[in-house]
Design a protein around this ligand. Structure first.
Ligand code: NDP
Length: 314
């Protein structure tokens, strides 16, 4: 495969999605809210990503990075580096817009921040609804989904999907709607390999996008109680050396071989370049078996503050 190019995967609605994307969430603060955007590092990251071949960018209303993603896209289209139709742009409906009639207006607000006239993918970010004051909005996600279908019918988005839904919630949604989600976005990494959920989605032809693809691989990010491996794991270093890749690249490659579309986030130029260079090698079965043993059903993104919602997925 060509360097810096992620092959396209066909979705169940006939559209295609690049098999790796760039994440743009700046992470949690110590207080558990999304970190504030302080500079233009996300815009710079998206510009470089497009230059080096990324065509799939993941953002969300709650990340406060849509403006920067939009500015970068506008610049790269103006420079002639890409055309709009070559890009795959995802955003997400926040928990406080679950009323069906709130979906299209929320999407229009995201489009305005992104300076776009359509999205490639819009996701219900969480099955859990909340009012602005944080109390639970008990709107059924199957009702919210009707607003998503309306957005698609209006041509504001090509594909619609969900994020952080469990198998039971997906099954229930599928039994209630004529429009299947094209994508499920969930956490997938060494410590949370999601084999049942991935198997279910394969059977239903729902593409799985994997968020937080590095999980707790980096010492700098791992919680004290997070299970191994870290980047100094001998077995991983040996495999990485063999392919002249980094442990981070091996971790992304493993997800691709599980059939998952990883969306690694970085604002660091060298890492942005490295993270897409994962389509020119293939792991051996034996190597995948080593990595399978790291599965612990351990979540890096836990959201236990929502555990009392009837729609809490975990
Ligand atoms: P990731 O697993 O992508 O890890 C990001 C961290 O890893 C950053 O600290 C980054 O540092 C560092 N990093 C990236 N590449 C490398 C590398 N090659 N070597 C060493 N360190 C590296 O975590 P995220 O939680 O950000 O998940 C990815 C994306 O998934 C998010 O940005 C967001 O778009 C999406 N997401 C969706 C959620 C949902 O509910 N649907 C929830 C969480 C995430 P630096 O940037 O400083 O280089």
């Amino acid at each position: 495969s060509k360097p810096g190019v992620a092959p396209l995967i066909e979705l169940n609605d006939g559209h295609t999605i690049p098999s790796l994307g760039l994440g743009t969430w700046l992470g949690f603060t110590k207080e558990g809210t999304t970190a504030p955007v302080k500079d233009d590092s996300v815009q710079k990251a998206v510009e470089l990503a497009i230059d080096v071949g990324y065509r799939h960018i993941d953002t969300a209303a709650i990340y406060s990075t849509e403006e920067q993603v939009g500015a970068a896209i506008k610049k790269k289209i103006a420079e002639g580096v890409v055309a709009r139709e070559d890009l795959f742009i995802t955003s997400k409906l926040w928990n406080d817009r679950h009323a069906p009639e709130a979906v299209v207006p929320a999407l229009r607000e995201s489009l305005a921040r992104l300076q776009l006239d359509y999205l490639d993918l819009y996701l219900i970010h969480w099955p859990v609804g909340q009012f602005e004051n944080g109390t639970f909005d008990l709107t059924d996600y199957a009702e919210t989904w009707k607003g998503m279908i309306d957005a698609k019918n209006r041509g504001l988005v090509k594909s619609i999907g969900v994020s952080n839904f469990n198998i039971t919630q997906l099954q229930r949604l599928l039994s209630m709607t004529p429009v299947k989600p094209a994508v499920l976005q969930v956490e997938v990494n060494f410590n949370l390999q999601q084999s049942q959920l991935i198997e279910f989605c394969k059977m239903q032809n729902i593409a799985v996008v994997g968020y937080t693809p590095f999980g707790s691989l980096f010492h700098s990010k791992a919680a004290p109680d997070a299970p191994p491996p870290r980047t100094d794991e001998q077995a991983l270093l040996r495999i990485a050396d063999k392919y002249h890749k980094s442990v981070a690249q091996v971790a992304l490659r493993y997800l691709i071989e599980l059939g998952v579309i990883p969306i690694p986030k970085s604002v660091t130029p060298k890492r942005i370049r490295d993270n897409i260079e994962v389509f020119d090698f293939q792991l051996k079965r034996q190597e995948r078996e080593v990595m399978k043993t790291y599965d612990r059903n351990y979540r890096t993104i836990a959201v236990t503050m929502w555990k009392d919602s009837p729609y809490y997925p975990f």
